[in-house]
Design a protein around this ligand. Structure first.
Ligand SMILES: *[C@@H]1O[C@H](CO)[C@@H](O)[C@H](O)[C@H]1NC(C)=O
Ligand SMILES: *[C@@H]1O[C@H](CO)[C@@H](O)[C@H](O)[C@H]1NC(C)=O
Length: 421
């Protein structure tokens, strides 16, 4: 047989390798699909209005970490139903308590499994500050950054539906009572309109000239805009403004504030209910009076982040050392348990409540899609080893199948829409 040119051989080998890698990696780069337990409303009763007397929350401490949690008995179905029962507070001060029933808990058991045990090696300390301030509105008001919102109590949050915001429970409730500022709760969305006059509304220009590569305050991987989202907004139309003198365009950020119509907090967060596990329930959902017409980010569930090839988490929020500015960061997860992610992402108070997201592919599609897989809780002293020794971490609450079911239920008001994550 005739000689095969070397270059063809090389090419063929390269293709074969590429194909193999592609297959092997496909699963790891794809959003898994989970059957989610059914969380149903059982009964709702009226409670007295809250006092709204709690002062703003400081950092949390005494979080029961990985080893510590292993020593606790596994929560029974009754426990889980109690932790996932919840309070609702309406803007007129009316408060209700709703108990829930949970079906299909087995799905969760097969989901949760041996998590990586904490490594004993010395951990990196928070090094140089690796946060990026997204001060240019061209980016801060575009997806995904535009899903980040400010909560009037000083926290951050993320839009998870056209009119629902996910945030941390401690941003509105201290475990005993609602915060003082939770009575007239508002959510701030970064204003798109600049006060530099004319440009303001940009007319879906074709963004011809100057879109130099490195300009974008990139997320670590190159962007591939996913316009599809969940429908309502196609993103598109508003297009990119073709601006050229970027550096002079940094304006003072300002917010469009929207009132919150109702607030929902899981009972697991309340003092004395889930001893040692309260940090696992540091999340809440706010329903806005008016939909802000900003694309939201969907929720997702993944079993282990450290096992993902690009196991990095991202979040942006309003850290209070950079007033009013949206701050973005990404980092690797150091430790994870079924309910919590421990990391050393640089963050300051104010970023609590931010939506922690990753990007994976939609099953059967080429496009990348970001989904919220956790809620940033903040800096905490964690009992990692279970012997009372506290170690400091930044902690995020992981969205487990159960929590997915609950949050989805709050958002849709109907558990039948929440069966697959
Ligand atoms: C407060 O608002 C809730 C929900 O809109 C409503 O059901 C309730 O009757 C209101 N209560 C009062 C005292 O107005
Ligand atoms: C991890 O799994 C193995 C086998 O599945 C089990 O024997 C072991 O006890 C588990 N470890 C922990 C810490 O749960």
């Amino acid at each position: 047989m005739g000689p095969i040119p070397l270059c063809v051989l090389v090419l063929m080998t390269a293709l074969a390798v590429a194909a193999a890698v592609d297959n092997a990696a496909d699963d790891e780069y794809t959003w898994p699909q989970w059957k989610v337990p059914l969380v149903r409303k059982r009964r709702t009763v009226l409670l007295s209005s809250p006092d709204f007397s709690a002062p703003p929350q400081q950092e949390l401490s005494g979080t029961c970490g990985i080893e510590c949690q292993r020593r606790l008995p596994a929560p029974s179905l009754d426990d889980v139903e109690e932790f996932l029962s919840y309070e609702t507070v309406y803007e007129n001060g009316t408060r209700t308590f709703t108990s829930v029933s949970v079906q299909g808990l087995n799905e969760v058991v097969s989901w949760s499994r041996n998590t990586t045990s904490p490594s004993r090696q010395k951990r990196e300390v928070y090094g140089t500050d690796t946060r990026f301030t997204i001060s240019d509105k061209q980016y801060s008001t575009k997806y995904p950054f535009s899903t980040s919102v400010k909560i009037s109590t000083g926290c951050s949050g993320v839009l998870v539906s056209p009119k629902h915001v996910l945030t941390a429970a401690h941003c509105i409730h201290d475990g005993k009572d609602y915060l003082d500022g939770a009575q007239k709760l508002r959510v701030g969305i970064l204003k798109e309109k600049s006060r530099r006059g004319k440009g303001g509304k940009g007319r879906g220009g074709r963004g011809k000239g100057r879109r130099r590569k490195g300009e974008k305050p990139q997320e670590e991987a190159p962007e591939q805009e996913e316009n599809n989202g969940k429908g309502e907004r196609k993103g598109k139309g508003k297009g990119r403004k073709s601006r050229s003198r970027r550096s002079t365009e940094v304006e003072k950020p300002s917010f469009r504030w929207t009132r919150v119509k109702k607030t929902q907090v899981p009972k697991g967060w309340f003092k004395g209910v889930s001893e040692g596990l309260a940090a696992d329930y540091d999340y809440a959902v706010l329903e806005l009076k008016k939909a802000p017409k900003v694309k939201h980010m969907d929720l997702g569930v993944i079993p282990s982040i450290k096992k993902l090839p690009a196991g990095r988490i991202h979040f942006s929020g309003f850290d209070d050392d950079r007033p009013g500015n949206l701050v973005y960061r990404f980092c690797s997860v150091s430790e994870e348990s079924n309910d919590l992610l421990y990391q050393y992402c640089d963050a300051k108070p104010g970023s609590s409540g931010s939506g922690v997201y990753i990007r994976l592919k939609e099953p059967g599609k080429k496009k990348w899609k970001r989904k919220i897989i956790g809620i940033f809780s903040g800096h905490q002293w964690v009992d990692v080893t279970g012997d009372g020794m506290q170690q400091d971490y930044n902690v995020a609450v992981r969205i487990t199948p159960l929590k997915y079911a609950q949050i989805c239920n709050w958002v849709h008001g109907d558990s039948s829409e929440c069966q697959v994550a």
